[in-house]
Design a protein around this ligand. Structure first.
Ligand SMILES: C[S@@+](CC[C@H](N)C(=O)[O-])C[C@H]1O[C@@H](n2cnc3c(N)ncnc32)[C@H](O)[C@@H]1O
Length: 245
């Protein structure tokens, strides 16, 4: 079932920003290499599910023109401070919000996996393919079934920063669903702590069917284990390719 409000309210958005930048740091070199031809022609990069702008910042600093988008207003507020040089930072809710024509579409941290059905995930992927101009670069990461295989049954975990903490429980309530129950704690200005809870449901799919689907939309992609030389968690798949010219 779809949540009645976007994932990542204020507190979890801030905890993500402060404590979960490692994926963007890891992906940035590979993504920037894939985007070199786009930079050369001063093309436009559309980022889907940009979150707090942790990758956007790398793109902008490298000289890219970026439209950074997300469903969460709290994330976008952080992104506008993290990557103020982006051409535009705005709400775009996948799968059906219109996507602007672009020369690259990038998405990391599996935003498409947040959609509530396989049909919605595939629609987001084909809409992104349709937004690409000829020769455009496609670089999106997504959860395969194997992603949950690796973590199902692992004990709850926690992380702590100076003014924040998070407890994370993972479960697999159905073969194609992966759920994270997250409790965040943030320190208030008066030194007290506040708590918030979010339950995130991801849809897992067999990613091997995606190349044939996108080929029908003029985009040739491979399912790779990473964008570049980085190491992804098992089952996180990088869809990398181009729109035919
Ligand atoms: C794990 S976070 C990754 C954020 C960022 N890309 C990063 O790597 O730091 C997933 C992001 O997907 C966004 N998201 C979830 N559902 C979405 C949807 N239907 N449309 C657009 N963004 C969505 C969330 O708001 C969140 O910012």
């Amino acid at each position: 079932m779809a949540p009645d409000e976007p994932y990542y309210r204020d507190d979890l958005a801030l905890v993500h920003h402060l404590g979960f930048g490692f994926h963007a740091d890891m992906c940035a070199p590979g993504i920037l290499r894939l985007l070199e031809p786009v930079l050369e022609r001063n093309g436009l990069v559309l980022e889907l599910g940009c979150g707090s702008g942790l990758l956007t910042r790398y793109l902008v600093e490298a000289g890219h023109r970026v439209i950074a988008t997300d469903a969460s207003p709290a994330m976008l507020e952080l992104a506008s401070r993290t990557a103020p040089g982006a051409e535009e930072i705005r709400v775009l809710v996948m799968p059906d919000d219109p996507m602007p024509a672009c020369d690259a579409v990038v998405s990391i941290g599996h935003p498409v996996s947040y959609l509530d059905s396989e049909a919605a995930v595939l629609r987001a992927l084909t809409n992104a393919a349709d937004a690409l101009n000829p020769g455009g670069v496609y670089a999106i990461d997504i959860e395969d079934f194997a992603y949950a295989d690796a973590v199902a049954g692992t004990p709850p975990s926690g992380r702590v920063g100076d003014d924040w903490a998070i407890i994370l429980k993972r479960e697999r309530p159905a073969p194609n669903k992966f759920v994270r129950d997250m409790t965040t704690f943030l320190r208030n200005d008066d030194g007290t702590w506040r708590r918030d809870d979010e339950r995130h449901e991801n849809t897992l799919i067999d990613t091997s069917k995606i190349p044939a689907l996108l080929a029908d939309h003029g985009v040739d992609v491979e399912c790779r284990t990473a964008f570049g030389d980085e190491t992804f968690p098992p089952g996180l798949v990088a869809l990398v390719g181009h729109k035919r010219t």
